[in-house]
Design a protein around this ligand. Structure first.
Ligand code: NAD
Length: 365
């Protein structure tokens, strides 16, 4: 089954949780509320066949609780397949906190959230996502051991974003090799949408290699900072999707490959860090294939961060983390070829491998 973006205004017409389009046999969904701190959070545990459900916490000013639920269901499911395809013994989970991280995130709120995570006894392990910092995870660590991505000073692996960006860079190079016959990105016009933690680090790799990088973000200050640091160009137009480019790198939020944008893309390759880039996985995966656009599956190429935080749980070996992250290049190339041979979408090719690993483990039990 695929999880689809749904019109949340229509949700009241269907069963609100188990009946909605993004629900995909999730094992557990936990609604967390605390009046004193104003915490409203949802923890989604999609699947724990391969291990505890690990996935970051996102704090976002959702327009409705439905949007938040829809997001956590999609994100937690994505984590299941990300860990499965990367060969990690982890299940898929994710959490969302409803609110503006800049204005509403307080230490008390984070501690209360940590207590909810702790109450799950390790079935869900948290980490950073959008709106979170390493220091937030350090705070959570004071109330539960079930957290990763904590600072090096506190015995953790620090911010996972640079490793995520490195993996995305590897996946992008593989997609370039497949599409253009060379992994060399020099001279390629690459639009990076969202220059936060991961986006900036990706820009660094790309500009070092001599790509023609164009950046876009909703935060003007960040744009100027990253432009000045790496000498890249700020996108000044109104509709990035229809611009002439070689590679589109979505590094902000998901679902930017959708009914509106799909007809506009001129890029031959889409490879970025954002989770859930395809609004409707099967439909938009197929549409990209028909248009001849090579999509490097997001849950495959943005796995560097989870490789890094997973190592906190087992044994932190930097060389092994880099080796596994660099292997994203080989896996991406294999999956792109496999999709062609079998005439399926790159999404399906990646999904099949991940699902097969979960099924095999289930059968062993
Ligand atoms: P971040 O919050 O540091 O950065 C996100 C950036 O996107 C911000 O600068 C924000 O202003 C910008 N943004 C938001 N909406 C935008 C829009 N409509 N157009 C342009 N820019 C917009 O987050 P991050 O940690 O860099 O993560 C980026 C994406 O990668 C997210 O989808 C996240 O889930 C995914 N991801 C991150 C990691 C990680 O290790 N941090 C790992 C895997 C996946």
């Amino acid at each position: 089954m695929s999880t689809d973006i749904i019109d949340t205004k229509e949700l009241h017409k269907i069963d609100p949780v188990f009946g909605q389009g993004s629900f995909d046999n999730h094992e557990q969904i936990v609604f967390c509320n605390d009046k004193d701190t104003g915490l409203k959070a949802i923890i989604g545990i999609h699947n724990t066949v391969l291990g505890p459900a690990l996935g970051g916490t996102r704090m976002w000013n959702y327009s409705s609780e439905w949007d938040a639920l829809n997001d956590v269901l999609r994100l937690s499911r994505g984590m299941t397949f990300k860990s499965a395809i990367t060969g990690l013994d982890l299940g898929g989970g994710k959490a969302v906190i409803i609110g503006d991280a800049k204005a509403q995130k307080t230490p008390e709120l984070m501690l209360k959230f940590g207590e909810f995570v702790h109450s799950l006894g390790g079935k869900y392990i948290t980490a950073e996502d959008v709106g979170m910092k390493t220091s937030d995870m350090d705070l959570v660590r004071t109330v539960t051991p079930h957290v990763t991505g904590i600072s090096e000073a506190n015995g953790g692996s620090g911010n996972p974003s640079p490793i995520t960006a490195y993996g995305v860079y590897m996946g992008m190079k593989a997609a370039a090799k497949y599409t253009y016959g060379t992994e060399d990105l020099q001279g390629k016009v690459i639009y990076v949408q969202g220059i936060g933690n991961v986006g900036e680090s990706l820009v660094e790799h790309l500009s070092k290699e001599g790509a023609k990088v164009v950046i876009s973000d909703i935060n003007q200050e960040r744009l100027e900072e990253v432009r000045d640091k790496y000498g890249v160009k700020i996108y000044e137009g109104k509709n990035l999707y229809s611009e002439e480019m070689d590679i589109y790198a979505p590094c902000a939020l998901g679902a930017t490959v959708n009914d509106d944008t799909i007809g506009q893309f001129k890029a031959k390759v889409i490879a970025g860090a954002a989770n859930n880039q395809l609004a409707v996985e099967q439909k938009h995966g197929k549409a990209l294939r028909e248009k001849g656009i090579v999509w490097a599956p997001d849950f495959l190429i943005n796995a560097g961060g989870i490789i890094n935080v997973y190592a906190e749980l087992v044994k932190y070996d930097r060389a092994e983390i880099i080796r596994k992250t660099e292997n994203i290049y080989n896996t991406t190339l294999e999956i792109l070829k496999n999709a062609d041979v079998n005439d399926i979408t790159t999404y399906q090719a990646a999904f099949n491998i991940a699902q097969a690993r979960i099924d095999a483990r289930k059968n062993e039990k």
